[in-house]
Unconditional design. Structure first.
Length: 166
């Protein structure tokens, strides 16, 4: 049974989009994908020294943040910033290192760190101001990396919820 009080608390959301690529950005939408310890099957990174691995298996971002960036005039869209999973409905300021998220299908991931934006995404920002999503510059606006605690299939529309808060 769903706790109706938590529906509006920002602890429950949905997978809006799943994004993969053969390396680089943008990443392109797929309807569903298998998630394993090293990330989404079929996804590759251009720079494995700074992306990927167990602690950076997934990059997550908020649809609401993307929408707000668009309102500011930035030509950004889901997948443009290299996120593997675009989430909606979560209070993004609470999605911080240490937090565990779980989908309705039992997939569990743990946020490990904030990402550092790099030049590969500058074209998706007015005046190339990609530091707009830097945690150091604008706390609460960064994408996050996550490790996979329990893999499985993820699909657009799957529920996702915060199962622990720090």
């Amino acid at each position: 049974m769903i706790d109706r009080r938590s529906l509006h608390s920002g602890k429950n959301g949905r997978i809006f989009q799943i994004n993969i690529s053969r390396g680089g950005v943008p990443k392109f939408a797929c309807e569903n994908c298998e998630l394993v310890e090293l990330g989404l099957v079929g996804d590759q990174q251009s720079s494995s020294d700074v992306h990927g691995g167990f602690e950076r298996a997934l990059c997550l971002y908020s649809l609401e943040r993307i929408n707000q960036l668009q309102t500011e005039g930035h030509p950004v869209f889901p997948g443009a910033l290299g996120e593997n999973i675009t989430l909606s409905g979560l209070n993004w300021e609470t999605v911080v290192p240490g937090v565990i998220l779980m989908t309705g299908r039992g997939v569990r991931i743990q946020v490990t760190s904030f990402t550092s934006p790099c030049r590969t995404i500058e074209k998706y920002f007015m005046r190339n101001e990609y530091s707009r999503i830097s945690q150091k510059v604008k706390p609460g606006w960064s994408r996050v990396y996550a490790r996979v605690l329990q893999g499985g299939r993820v699909q657009i529309g799957d529920s996702i919820r915060i199962v622990n808060n720090l």
